[in-house]
Design a protein. Structure first.
Length: 289
């Protein structure tokens, strides 16, 4: 798989940012709890021995798997040196000898031989994937999967929306515009307030030859007073702060516009009457035997 847009850093945030690392660690905890299990409930874990986590970030999911399943070998890949160093250090501190982390770009050919893994996992990679990179990545996943292996993508179409925060919804439109302008969105309408990704995941898996495809929706209520409110609202605040350079670069909002709207969002998201729902989805399928 040749590089897509090789002259650009494809991640919409700074992948070496300490703030982004902390945000991803928190998000892993939130998502793991919401999904209820590290693996799909309907697969035979006895057939899963080698696991790959694409865009592993600071290694939250990969280390959870390694800890709960010491019989499995887990590999995490990412393009952030800082996150890989953190993940490697944490695995050493926890004496997790069945997990390793490697530098690798998911928008390029994956440096693994054919039939290397029984399960491939990728979560929330929409932030660095161009539209045309998706089918290429899934083809690579199919190449390095063993027959009968599982490939699973968990992702979202939008930021932490819908909500009753006018400012947060405006930021979601900014993100939609920026994704369209940089070739990341499957929806070509800039004001659509979504990326059009989740309706495509099952079709993309099918086009790559996956069988027995399943789609599992997830919904997280982070309204004021709900258990997830503080954690997800804080995650949202950090993420939108880190998006300021991306919005400026794509021409959807100046630094001044971002800051003014950001302060409004902070007031609205922290009110007692704030209401917000976050939707995401898992789609997974099997490589034919």
């Amino acid at each position: 798989m040749s590089n897509i847009h090789p002259s650009e850093n494809s991640y919409v945030m700074d992948p070496e940012s300490a703030m982004e690392m902390a945000r991803l660690l928190d998000l892993d905890i939130i998502v793991n709890k919401q999904m209820g299990a590290l693996f799909p409930a309907d697969i035979d874990l006895g057939r899963v021995h080698d696991v790959l986590d694409i865009a592993c970030g600071p290694g939250g999911w990969a280390m959870e798997v390694a800890f709960e399943h010491p019989d499995k070998h887990v590999v995490g890949i990412d393009i952030s040196r800082a996150m890989l160093e953190y993940a490697t250090a944490q695995a050493k501190v926890q004496d997790l000898q069945n997990v390793e982390f490697r530098f690798m770009d998911a928008t390029s050919k994956l440096q693994f031989p054919e039939a290397s893994f029984d399960l491939i996992n990728a979560r929330f990679i929409v932030g660095f994937m161009w539209k045309e990179a998706w089918p290429e990545l899934i083809k690579e996943c199919m190449r390095i999967l063993r027959p009968g292996g599982i490939v699973r993508f968990t992702d979202t179409d939008r930021g932490f929306s819908p909500t009753n925060s006018a400012a947060l919804e405006k930021f979601n439109i900014f993100a939609s515009k920026a994704f369209v302008r940089t070739g990341r969105s499957f929806c070509e309408e800039e004001n659509a307030n979504h990326f059009g990704l989740t309706p495509m995941l099952g079709a993309l898996l099918a086009e790559a030859g996956c069988e027995n495809i399943r789609e599992i929706p997830h919904m997280l209520n982070y309204s004021a007073g709900e258990p997830a409110h503080f954690a997800l609202a804080h995650n949202c605040e950090v993420g939108i702060a880190l998006l300021a350079p991306f919005f400026k670069k794509t021409g959807v909002a100046s630094q001044e516009e971002h800051e003014q709207l950001y302060q409004q969002m902070l007031r609205e998201i922290r009110r007692d009457d704030f209401r917000g729902i976050w939707y995401f989805m898992s789609a997974y399928g099997e490589k034919p035997l």
